[in-house]
Design a protein around this ligand. Structure first.
Ligand SMILES: [Ca+2]
Length: 540
């Protein structure tokens, strides 16, 4: 819908200007910092892009269509949790299949995300950091907040460019109609509105296990002081899973709030992802599949099933990751079985750092300080891999910086949709096709603006980082870090970085000045759960 409007606008502006390509020829409005880099490298990158375009055209000719793209993402993980036996073994986890994927593809060492679920996922979908889209808070039941319809998602862009599109798993993009994934460009979607935590603990099991406190009715104040009876949203009405098709009303999918429903969702989304690959592998159109694993589910540990096949580590996270390793293997096996591996890009990554608060069932944090929610490297630097046999170099490692927003712009390029990226707003994502195809040393980004919620928290530039939050003001502020010497950000420095005060100040000022010109979208808050054909528990 949005794209149609955009296309009409393009046509109108084109007519007024006397040429239909006027608007399309306009460059994407990138962050001010990127424009600093383009001034220095633009000419070289234009030449490089011509070669990449030829290479992609040759692939398209060979396979008869543009590449399939599969984005696999899971929850809350520390760098080194998966993929490398040298790292995973020290904390009792085996992920042989992801290790195999890494051997066949590219491992990123500096994949940056946002610090938590909703923001990272919104960024992947829109190519815009959450401060710009109003998606900077983690959405819980029943917020009435979600991804605004005016945002243009990668699914909308690829749909316009002849792709089949599907979403299965954890979306966490909110509980309002416009945020539903089938209303955001996906042909088909089975997705969660929230995370997997609240929707399984708003019940007696949650209260008994102390995963939830003060929610169920018998836990309310017994002395009669709880005057407002509507203070808590009634649990049985929470719609945490929805399925839908583009252009149709959605359908509440979850029957109730329980561990069993969470596990049924995990199984169903996995089955549908595999079936989708089978169904569309040899379609005349390529496909774009977001399969974002619904896990870990910490409450699995309370069930019989949660006791099966334990990792050596024997905690909820370890067991989940070993299970996920098998699910990743099944996805790759399906791709290979269909014979489409040389025309399919798979990106596998976590969405943010480990949730350190739920020891002993948490993920592991070996390399960095901080976890989920933190602007330290541990919150935003995640395990990530790219796989595309024959096109991405096997067993390669990139030391370059890449940010989750870059996937949007890169996927759009691979799918032939760059011209459909909006030109009326700032797009943080940078086209990283060169990094994927040419490998280490070919990133077009050497910076990350790090936000904590709506606040600008830190700036990463090259191997250096400056904390803006929690630094002491004035010349005593030891807020500069060398991430090679001090990846845990434990030894803030100042005197050694007097040279860096002005350059870091300038990065932040340029970024914020540009924001004055292109207004940010505030959080979209509206009525919950509209647009569903069955606002009652599903019975199938
Ligand atoms: Ca997460």
């Amino acid at each position: 819908m949005k794209l149609n409007r955009l296309i009409v606008l393009v046509a109108v502006v084109g007519l007024l200007a006397g040429t239909a390509s006027t608007l399309q020829a306009k460059p994407i409005i990138h962050d001010a910092e990127y424009q600093v880099l383009v001034k220095q490298h633009g000419e070289k990158w234009t030449e490089e892009d011509a070669e990449l375009t030829d290479k992609l055209a040759a692939l398209e000719k060979k396979f008869g269509k543009k590449p399939n793209i599969i984005h696999l993402m899971w929850d809350d993980s520390g760098y080194g949790d998966v993929g490398s036996p040298l790292l995973t073994r020290i904390h009792g986890i085996d992920t042989p299949n992801i290790a195999q994927m890494a051997e066949e593809g590219l491992s990123f060492t500096r994949m940056y995300t946002e610090p938590s679920c909703t923001p990272t996922r919104a960024t992947a979908l829109t190519g815009r950091q959450p401060i710009r889209t109003g998606m900077y808070q983690v959405i819980f039941p029943v917020h009435g907040i979600g991804l605004p319809k005016e945002e243009v998602t990668i699914a909308e862009i690829l749909s316009e460019n002849g792709y089949n599109t599907a979403f299965f798993g954890k979306a966490h993009q909110g509980d309002i109609e416009e945020s539903y994934l089938h209303n955001q460009g996906f042909d088909v979607a089975l997705f969660s509105t929230y995370n997997q935590f609240a929707s399984q603990f708003f019940n007696e099991t949650g209260e008994i296990s102390r995963m939830t406190i003060g929610y169920t009715e018998d836990q309310w104040d017994q002395h009669g002081y709880a005057i407002d009876k509507n203070f808590r949203y009634k649990g049985e009405e929470i719609v945490w899973a929805i399925e839908g098709k583009k252009g149709e009303k959605g359908k509440r999918w979850n029957k109730d709030l329980s561990v069993e429903e969470q596990l049924r969702f995990t199984d169903e989304t996995h089955a549908r992802a595999l079936q989708y690959i089978r169904d569309y592998a040899n379609d005349e159109k390529p496909f774009y599949l977001d399969y974002w694993f619904h896990g870990p589910n910490f409450v699995e540990k309370f069930t019989e099933r949660g006791r099966e096949g334990n990792s050596a580590r024997d905690n909820a996270f370890g067991d989940f990751v070993e299970h996920m390793d098998e699910m990743v293997a099944e996805v790759i096996a399906e791709v290979k079985k269909a014979g489409i591996e040389e025309n399919t890009l798979i990106i596998l990554m976590a969405d943010n750092g480990p949730m350190k608060e739920i020891f002993p069932d948490e993920a592991f944090q070996a390399m960095f300080s901080g976890g989920k929610g933190s602007f330290l490297e541990g919150g935003i630097r995640v395990p990530a891999f790219a796989w595309w046999p024959g096109t991405i170099e096997a067993n390669s490692v990139a030391g370059d910086i890449i940010h989750v927003s870059d996937l949007f712009t890169t996927f759009a390029r691979l799918g032939g949709g760059t011209d459909d990226i909006p030109r009326d707003r700032v797009i943080d994502g940078i086209d990283q096709t060169s990094l994927l195809l040419n490998g280490d040393g070919h990133s077009r980004r050497d910076y990350v603006h790090v936000y904590a919620g709506p606040s600008y928290a830190a700036t990463v530039k090259q191997q250096y980082k400056r904390h803006w939050m929690s630094s002491r003001p004035g010349l005593v502020g030891k807020s500069f870090f060398d991430l090679y010497k001090d990846p845990r950000e434990e030894k803030g420095m100042m005197g050694q970085f007097l040279w860096a005060w002005e350059p870091f100040d300038a990065i932040k000022m340029r970024h914020e000045a540009q924001m004055q010109k292109y207004e940010n979208t505030p959080p979209r808050k509206t009525e919950v759960y509209t647009g569903l054909s069955n606002y009652t528990p599903a019975d199938d």
